[in-house]
Ligand binder design. Structure first.
Ligand code: PLP
Length: 427
């Protein structure tokens, strides 16, 4: 038995399913999860001495590759001064000012400890601000594991949500309405049927959580205009896309400014950090400035802020990061398309900047129903074939890959060769 196999067997005795977040268990692709010992630059190193070129990067945060020296140094310096004070610090002020300067919609921001906390809190603020209860989310969009977001996708446009997980009450589910992504007419129908009751519309402006799906032409603009007309708060969940698709997130790239934004992943440089922010008048509802309660013992943690500040300052001051990420994304996806053409395959490849997904379907993928036409068994085989060749992909068809600046041209060539061989092998 390998070290990873032994560790997984043992883990299952003490941790539900052997992992601390479900997708890590490799259920969607079969086989045993790989236990990681260390990571540096473009590589993950496992407990058995194998190394892999990384295309997940901790599900997004490691945009500069693993253990980047800037972040490492910031953390090493910060721990000299203590780990947590539960009192305000200079770094939190610097962090807030920096985020407000980088993200177009953010005039004030509150730090939390995860993306889930950010989205849960943002929705509470939207409800507190508007005095309305219902929210609209989109099928196939993931906003963390807060009760309001765990609502079954695929329900009819006019149907109230039903819980996707035991433990979510019907009452909570009733306040979450769902629409298909990229379907403005469905949103308008929901809004008309619930006049004056919708607090917010929350969405991933580019979706990473059903695989990569782009907003259709005019979709984000259309949502902006519905929200303006109806006094609904528009929330962009940029936990994945923030500081990745440009330094100001996808909102900077597409020119549509939401009322509130949720952030996570890159913002902590690999430490557990999230944030939510938006217009001053909305954020001033948050306690102690206003009546909407939200708090955290470790929020704004000094070590996490040091890591995040080092990361964001670098991204803010180094436009070449984004030029390089665009280049790597384009080279890799163009190469994969060329491989498929050579092999006579016609799978759908969705791509924006440094995020992409290869869907094992020949149908265009613009929403969750389209994504579900993918052959997940073929994906599982492809995943294992790539892993065997030393390339570590997200272990599910319904995920995006995240690139980092640590990928060199040689890495790209290696990945493309593995992609060609793996696609050929699984036919
Ligand atoms: N929102 C989006 C768009 C996400 O992709 C995720 C996690 O992947 C979350 C929220 C939840 O973030 P976290 O896992 O840090 O709680």
């Amino acid at each position: 038995m390998t070290q990873s196999e032994q560790l997984f067997q043992k883990a299952k005795n003490f941790i539900p399913g052997g992992v601390n977040s479900p997708v890590r268990a490799f259920r969607a692709v079969g086989g045993n999860p790989i236990f990681i010992k260390s990571a540096k630059g473009a590589y993950l190193h496992d407990e058995d001495g194998n190394s892999y070129i990384e295309l997940i990067n901790s599900w997004g945060p490691m945009i500069l590759g693993h253990a980047h020296e800037l972040v490492e140094k910031a953390v090493a310096d910060a721990i000299q001064s203590g780990f947590s004070f539960g009192a305000p610090t200079r770094r939190e002020v610097e962090m807030a000012e920096l985020i407000c300067s980088m993200v177009p919609s953010v005039e004030k921001v509150r730090m939390v400890n995860s993306g889930t906390e950010a989205t849960m809190s943002a929705v509470r603020v939207a409800r507190g601000y508007t005095g309305r209860d219902k929210i609209i989310k989109f099928e196939g969009n993931y906003h963390g594991h807060g009760d309001s977001f765990l609502i079954a996708a695929g329900s009819g446009v006019m149907t109230f949500g039903s819980p996707d997980s035991p433990g979510v009450t019907k009452g909570v589910a009733n306040d979450t309405l769902t629409a298909p992504y990229n379907d403005l007419a469905a949103v308008q129908t929901l809004v008309d049927a619930n006049k004056g009751n919708i607090a917010c519309i929350i969405l991933e402006p580019v979706v990473g959580n059903m695989g990569l799906v782009k907003p259709a032409e005019g979709f984000l603009e259309g949502l902006r205009s519905i929200c303006d007309k109806e006094g609904i708060i528009l929330i962009f969940d940029e936990v994945m896309t923030g500081f990745r698709l440009s330094k100001g997130g996808f909102q900077e790239r597409c020119g549509v400014t939401p009322d509130m934004t949720t952030m996570g992943k890159i913002i902590g440089g690999g430490m557990p950090v999230g944030a939510y922010g938006g217009k001053k008048e909305i954020m001033d509802c948050v306690s102690p400035a206003g009546p909407v309660y939200q708090a955290g013992t470790l929020s704004g943690n000094p070590i996490a802020m040091a890591a995040g500040l080092a990361m964001l300052n670098h991204l803010n001051e180094t436009p070449s990061v984004y030029t390089r990420l665009e280049e790597v994304g384009t080279r890799l996806t163009d190469g994969m398309k060329a491989n498929m053409a050579k092999l006579g395959l016609n799978y759908t490849l969705n791509h924006v900047g440094s995020m992409f997904t290869l869907f094992f379907t020949d149908k265009p993928v613009n929403n969750f129903e389209d994504a579900k036409t993918s052959d997940t068994v073929a994906f599982g085989k492809y995943f294992q074939a790539m892993l065997k060749r030393g390339i570590y992909l997200a272990p599910s068809q319904y995920e995006a890959m995240f690139l980092s600046t640590a990928l060199t041209d040689e890495h790209i060539a290696t990945i493309l060769q593995a992609n060609y061989e793996s696609l050929q092998e699984i036919q």
